[in-house]
Structures are given as structure tokens and as C-alpha cells.
Write a protein that binds this ligand. Structure first.
Ligand code: AHR
Length: 659
């Protein structure tokens, strides 16, 4: 009999453990009586780079690829399906009927003979996403030298040539003239194309053929894709780093990102090849160019829109050391330094200054209130430190309050990293950018990385990080749940060290389903849809619950950095009057936790947000975009310690109201 009771109990506990896991009990102490440090408003931010079609073909809502015929192959993206077609040429600027923008010298000359079947078709960025009943704004420049072409007809078509919307213009002028028209799409289609046909016989010149949805973020004309900006906004990011990443550096110095070429009239911004176009043999994207329609003004404006501090990073005169490593000689650094000084004037200068006026003329007389500037991206070695010193001297001499971000190279350890950190510390660098693209295990094992960082040394900007499910820059990397919760475990360590860690951002931010080069990425999109990965929701949970004051949370007097697979951090929010505890359980079993809170009086209510999934390989997808998303529930405060069950593989945010 006794034996039966034991075996029944055993079976019962086995059953329970298969449901709840083998619960282990840990008592955690949170001390709310003492603020360790203030949490920086910039603690959790965003890293944006034009990689994976994130700008052209992504955030920048332009639907026409190669709108100004300035790609290396000027007709890339344009089809002329009939074999006995009329001729079409690109000409150099010399041949333009009038002198249009010097940076946009190509145009398209179409010769229509008696063949009525001629069409010019733009394929978009792997198609164009159009939505039923939505409006699309078309614009172009045309010159009709002999008045021979009577009408230009524009149609949105699907793969079967079915027309999904139609509009037209009458090109009245012999000179270059701007024309606009509007479509309403009759059907939703992810892979639409724009077909252009002509009435009349003769020659017509076309340029800057552009198509935007009317419905953009904040309804800005020719603006940004609304769904994508919304995802950024919903993170409530503390800062926006732009424009990268390696794109800052360029493969060579001449193709570095030059912000001055990205401001002013859109049509004057010179198109250039995107450095990610040919970076990976396994992921060549020959049609990847930068129109700079999303340029520095737009980045500043976007930062402002989403409530983020702008954080531009500039070339320091060193091309990407993974590519050519080309160097600007020390006595030729002036233009690079001047770019940095002028950028600060562009962002913050009075409208009477040269660059402040350009900002004002672009529609933003008020300063953007820039506080940070980055010198170089992922540079390493003595060449970097030498150049950094020159920038630092010049920037601080003119703008002593601007905080300079320096770099520590591509790895979070090793010879280059150690050298950079040593030198930057000696130079009293303010904020050092660290990058880590490592395994999920590395992230779990490094939750204590900053526990022993010198509190008097440079502050840290964890500027690029993401757990790699296979290996760094491997095309088979996935945004899976193991990566996401491992990042969360690591992020408790970032938060716990808010004294030294002031800014952090996941990288890269975005990827087009059909045109990416690098994975994993925080947000995935195609021409119609977008979704946040599990990693996105981890970022959002931390950012929207960052609180204002760091507290201690310990087990037996020690920080939680993986004991029994548990990780934790705690903050209070003086505005919402809450204690916020973040708990990550990376075990395959659930964990019982009780929280002993000292130094605060709790009300009766709280809430609990849980992000959980059962399998390490689970991920959000276009088919199941919300598979792993935060679920909020009420939490009933008990007298004494607070009891919690942390499911296996879970991230939990407990929010307790204080009175
Ligand atoms: O985020 C992708 C790339 O990774 C960045 O461009 C670069 O800085 C890093 O090597």
C-alpha cells in the first residue's frame, strides 16, 4: 500500500513536471531603497543600416527601382518586353535638352515608331506592393521635343498583365517639365509592376520616374513606409544610430557614406552602388544601389519622429578593413574632419549658418539637437587611434558638449579590441562602441561582461549585437527563440551595469524577405507586410520597461548571471511608480522564484509580461508573425515575498505598483 502511495506521488510529480517542468526554487532579493545609478534614456536604441534593402526597397517608400537611370547599367530594373521594340537610350548629361541636375546626368530617351506594342516596365524592388483602394502618387520629368508623343499611360500590372490601376499624363512641354498623376489600386498585389505605354510616334525623354504610396509615415509626401516606421516607433527607442555599419566606411574611401551628398533636393543626390551589392558571393544583389532618398535630413527627422536621439556615425578616413582598408593620409584628413564639424552645424546650427540654412531650407528651421557623433565604425589598429585623436581635438575645440563615440573594432575581445580599449581609456574617450556577433551560448555566458568594467573608464555603447544561431554573417542564421532569450539574458547584464553601459542596439535592424544579404535581423518585411522577430520583442520589452533608476537584484548576495539558468535585473520607474523586475529562465524546465522586495511598499496590483516559446528553434514568420509575442496578465501582489513561476525558455517582466 505504502509503495503504491509513493508510486502514485511519483507519477503525479512526473506529470506535473512535464507540464510545469522540474520547478526549482530561488529566492531573489530586490533592494528598492537605494538607486545604484540612473538609467540613461538612451539605454535601448536602434541601429539602422542600408543593408538587406533596408532603405531603398524598404523604409524609403519609393516603389520604382532605378528611377533616374543612374545604376551602373542604366536600364537595370526596366524591361522592354517586345523584341521588335523601339529603341531606348541613355544619354550623357551633355545631350540633355536642358541642363538638369549635375548628379543625375542619365535620362531615358524612348523612340516610338509605328509599333503600337512598345512598353517600358519597371519591376520595382522585387515587385511593388500595392493595396486595394490605396492611392499611389506618380511623378516624372519629361521632355517632348517635337510634341510627337500625345499621351503617356501608366498602369500597375500583375504577373498576368492584369491592370490593377491606370493613369496618364499629357506631356505638353518641349522642355523638361515635372508631371504628376495618381492611381488607385483595384487589387492587393505583392509583386506588381509599373507599365508605361505611349500614344503618338516619335521621341520622348524621361527621367526621375517615381511612385510612392500616398499613405506614408505621418503622411509625408514621398516619405517612409508607415508599417516599418511604426515598428521602430513601438520600440520607444532611446536613440537611432545611422547610417551604419560598414556602409559608413565604404569598400574604398570614394564609396564611403558622404552625408553632404545625401541632403538637398532628392533629384540632386547622386545614386551610387550599395556596398552590400557584391559583399557576399552567396548573396549577390546586383540591383542594390543607394538613391539617398533616405538621407541625413530624413534620418534626423525620423529620429525626432520616433523620439530617439540622433546618432550619426561618420567615416574617419579609413575604408572597411575587411575590404581595401584604404587610408586617407594623416595630412589629408581635413575634409573628413570638416564633414563632422559641418554635420554638427547642419543639425544644430542657426539658420544663418551655411549648413543650418540648408537644414532650414529643407523644412526644419529648428535645430535637431544633436548630442552624439561617431568617429569611424569598425576600425582597428594604430591607424584608427591616430585618426580618432585628430577628430576628437577638432570636434571638442568647436563643440565641447558633443559626445564622441569611438570604436573598438569588430570583435568584443582579442588583440585589436584590447589595444583599442587600452588606448581609448588613456585618451579618456567618452563612449566606446563594442560589437558582438556571437553564439547564443556566448551571450548567456557573458551576462557578467560589464560587472568588472572600470566605472571611471569610458562609457560603453553596445552598438551592434545579435546572437548568431550558426556563426557570424552566416546566411543560415535564424532569428530563433534561443537567440532571442539568450540576448535577453545578456541584456539583464547590460541593464545591471547601467553605470557604465549607456547605449545598446541590436543589429542589423531590417531585412527584405527576397533581397537580404545578412541574417539574423530584427525586423523582416516584404513589399506588403512586416513583422518583428522574437529578438524584436525582446528589445521592445527591455526598452519599454527600462525604468529610471537601477536597483540591485541578487541571490545570496550575488548578481544572477546564469545560476540555475536564471538571469535578472531590476529597476524602478519614478514616473510610473513601479518596481520592474526582468527575469530570464534559459532552462528547459520551469523555475519557481520568490522575490523578497525591500525598501518599497507595494499596492495590491501588478502586471506580468511574458515572452515564451516551447522550442529553441521557434521563430516568427510571415505566416505566423505573432507566434512569439509578449503576453500581459495581471499579477496579484501577495503579502511577504512575491511568488513567480518562470516557464522554461522564458523572459518575464514583473511590474509592481508602489504606494
Ligand atoms: O550589421 C552588419 C555589419 O556588421 C555592420 O555593417 C558592421 O558594422 C558589422 O560588421
Amino acid at each position: 500500500m505504502k509503495r503504491n502511495v509513493i508510486s502514485t506521488l511519483f507519477v503525479g510529480s512526473l506529470l506535473l513536471s512535464s507540464i510545469y517542468g522540474n520547478a526549482q526554487k530561488a529566492t531573489l532579493e530586490v533592494d528598492a531603497s537605494k538607486t545604484i545609478t540612473k538609467i540613461q534614456p538612451t539605454m535601448f536604441g536602434l541601429f539602422f543600416e542600408d543593408i538587406n534593402f533596408a532603405a531603398d526597397g524598404g523604409l524609403y517608400a519609393e516603389m520604382i527601382k532605378n528611377r533616374s537611370f543612374e545604376f551602373e547599367k542604366p536600364l537595370m530594373g526596366w524591361e522592354q518586353p517586345k523584341s521588335n521594340r523601339s529603341s531606348m537610350n541613355k544619354e550623357s548629361g551633355m545631350a540633355l535638352p536642358i541642363n538638369i541636375a549635375a548628379n543625375n546626368t542619365n535620362f531615358c530617351r524612348v523612340e516610338i515608331n509605328n509599333d503600337k506594342g512598345y512598353a517600358l516596365i519597371n519591376e520595382g524592388f522585387r515587385g511593388m506592393g500595392v493595396k486595394k483602394d490605396a492611392k499611389y502618387n506618380l511623378s516624372l520629368k519629361a521632355a517632348n521635343p517635337n510634341g510627337a508623343i500625345k499621351k503617356i499611360i501608366f498602369q500597375l500590372i500583375d504577373k498576368d498583365q492584369k491592370v490593377l490601376g491606370e493613369t496618364s499624363i499629357v506631356p505638353k512641354s518641349t522642355d523638361w517639365t515635372n508631371y504628376t498623376a495618381q492611381f488607385t489600386a483595384t487589387q492587393t498585389e505583392a509583386k506588381a509592376k509599373l507599365k508605361i505605354t505611349f500614344e503618338g510616334t516619335g521621341t520622348i525623354d524621361l527621367d526621375m520616374i517615381s511612385l510612392f504610396p500616398e499613405d506614408t509615415w505621418k503622411n509625408r509626401k514621398n516619405g517612409l513606409r508607415k508599417d516599418l516606421v511604426q515598428l521602430l516607433y513601438d520600440v520607444k527607442p532611446g536613440f537611432l544610430r545611422f547610417p551604419g555599419g560598414c556602409i559608413v566606411e565604404g569598400r574604398t574611401l570614394s564609396d564611403r557614406y558622404q552625408w553632404k551628398k545625401s541632403v538637398g533636393n532628392v533629384e540632386d543626390r547622386k545614386t551610387m552602388m550599395n556596398r552590400w551589392n557584391v559583399e557576399f558571393n552567396h548573396k549577390l544583389t546586383p540591383d542594390y544601389f543607394q538613391s539617398f532618398g533616405l538621407g541625413f535630413f530624413e534620418y534626423f527627422q525620423l529620429s525626432e519622429d520616433i523620439g530617439a536621439e540622433p546618432l550619426p556615425i561618420l567615416s574617419c578616413g579609413m575604408a572597411c578593413q575587411y575590404n581595401t582598408g584604404e587610408l586617407a593620409a594623416m595630412n589629408e584628413l581635413d575634409p573628413y574632419v570638416q564633414d563632422a564639424l559641418d554635420l554638427i552645424e547642419f543639425a544644430n546650427g542657426a539658420v544663418t549658418t551655411t549648413w543650418g540654412k540648408i537644414r532650414s531650407d529643407m523644412g526644419h528651421p529648428k535645430p535637431f539637437n544633436l548630442k552624439y557623433i561617431g568617429v569611424g565604425n569598425e576600425q582597428w589598429g594604430t591607424d584608427y587611434i591616430e585618426r580618432y585623436k585628430v577628430f576628437e581635438k577638432a570636434i571638442k575645440a568647436k563643440y565641447p558638449n558633443i559626445i564622441i563615440v569611438s570604436g573598438s573594432g569588430p570583435s568584443p575581445d582579442g588583440e585589436h579590441f584590447d589595444y583599442a580599449m587600452k588606448e581609448l581609456k588613456e585618451l579618456n574617450a567618452e563612449l566606446v562602441d563594442e560589437h558582438y556577433y556571437r553564439s547564443p551560448q556566448w551571450f548567456r555566458e557573458n551576462a557578467g561582461r560589464y560587472d568588472n568594467y572600470d566605472r571611471k573608464g569610458p562609457k560603453i555603447f553596445a552598438g551592434e549585437y545579435a546572437a548568431q544561431s550558426v556563426s557570424g554573417a552566416n546566411p543560415n542564421n535564424r532569428n530563433n527563440w534561443e537567440c532571442a532569450f539568450s540576448e535577453a539574458a545578456f541584456m539583464t547584464g547590460l541593464e545591471r551595469n547601467a553605470e557604465v553601459v549607456h547605449l545598446t542596439s541590436y543589429a542589423p535592424l531590417m531585412a527584405h524577405e527576397d533581397a537580404w544579404q545578412w541574417t539574423p535581423d530584427m525586423i523582416w518585411f516584404n513589399n506588403l507586410q512586416s513583422y518583428g522577430s522574437a529578438n524584436y520583442y525582446v528589445q521592445q520589452l527591455f526598452s519599454t520597461n527600462k525604468g529610471t533608476d537601477l536597483l540591485t537584484i541578487t541571490q545570496d548576495g550575488k548578481a544572477l548571471i546564469g545560476q540555475n539558468n536564471l538571469y535578472a535585473s531590476a529597476v524602478k520607474d519614478v514616473n510610473s511608480k513601479e518596481i520592474i523586475v526582468k527575469l530570464v529562465n534559459t532552462a528547459e524546465t520551469a523555475s519557481e522564484v520568490s522575490i523578497d522586495l525591500k525598501g518599497a511598499k507595494l499596492g495590491s496590483k501588478g502586471s506580468m509580461i511574458t515572452l515564451v516559446s516551447t522550442n529553441l528553434q521557434d521563430e516568427n514568420t510571415f505566416a505566423e508573425p505573432k507566434k512569439i509575442t509578449p503576453k500581459q496578465s495581471e499579477y496579484k501582489v501577495t503579502k511577504g515575498k512575491q511568488q513567480l513561476n518562470l516557464p522554461a525558455y522564458s523572459v518575464t517582466v514583473l511590474k509592481l505598483k508602489t504606494i
